[in-house]
Ligand binder design. Structure first.
Ligand code: FES
Ligand code: FES
Length: 182
């Protein structure tokens, strides 16, 4: 049993306290945006924010997450409008997309503490593995997201054309319950 706040909602997991946070998020809370890659702390696909710090959720037990504020990719923005999400799309820094949620989480944490990082800082702060090799585009995307956060540029690359903000949120099952009746 463990209680925590996930994407601003209180959640209580009736699971063994040694359960990895990754499993609880994906299998119990249906927050499948957080990806299960290596399972042993190498790839970064499972990154979530724990009290604002990007951590590999496969290495965090729900007991260790007790009382913490957890943010998954579903909670980074309700409509994919976080500057990192916009810039990843605008710079086409996504191929298969499997690594993308973890990268977006790591990038958002970096820009929250420094909205103007240089390339080397970006590479150091985002150790995530990408089998598709989006690394050069990733650096450009994070630099661009920083410019958006500094209000030097605006982009509107997300949600994708034809998908409204309400539709985007509705497509996330764990958030759908919070949507008002229409
Ligand atoms: S699944 Fe957690 S680091 Fe790879
Ligand atoms: S875009 Fe495919 S693993 Fe990174």
């Amino acid at each position: 049993m463990a209680r925590m706040t996930v994407n601003e909602r209180p959640l209580e997991f009736a699971l063994d306290s040694a359960t990895p946070l990754l499993w609880a998020l994906r299998d119990a809370a249906n927050l499948t945006g957080t990806k299960y890659g290596c399972g042993v702390g190498d790839c970064g696909a499972c990154m979530v924010l724990v009290d604002g710090e990007p951590l590999r959720s496969c290495l965090v037990t729900i007991a260790e997450a007790e009382g913490r504020q957890i943010t998954t990719i579903e909670g980074l923005s309700r409509d994919r409008s976080h500057p990192v999400q916009q810039a990843l799309v605008a710079e086409q820094a996504i191929q298969c997309g499997f690594c993308t949620p973890g990268i977006a989480i790591a990038a958002a944490a970096l820009l929250a503490r420094n909205p103007a990082p240089g390339p080397e800082e970006i590479k150091a702060a985002i150790p995530n593995l990408c089998r598709c090799g989006v690394y050069p585009r990733l650096v450009r995307a994070v630099e661009r997201a920083g410019r958006v956060m500094r209000r030097e540029e605006t982009i509107s690359a997300a949600p994708a054309p034809g998908i409204g903000a309400a539709d985007a949120a509705r497509a996330v099952p764990a958030l759908a319950a919070e949507k008002p009746e229409e």
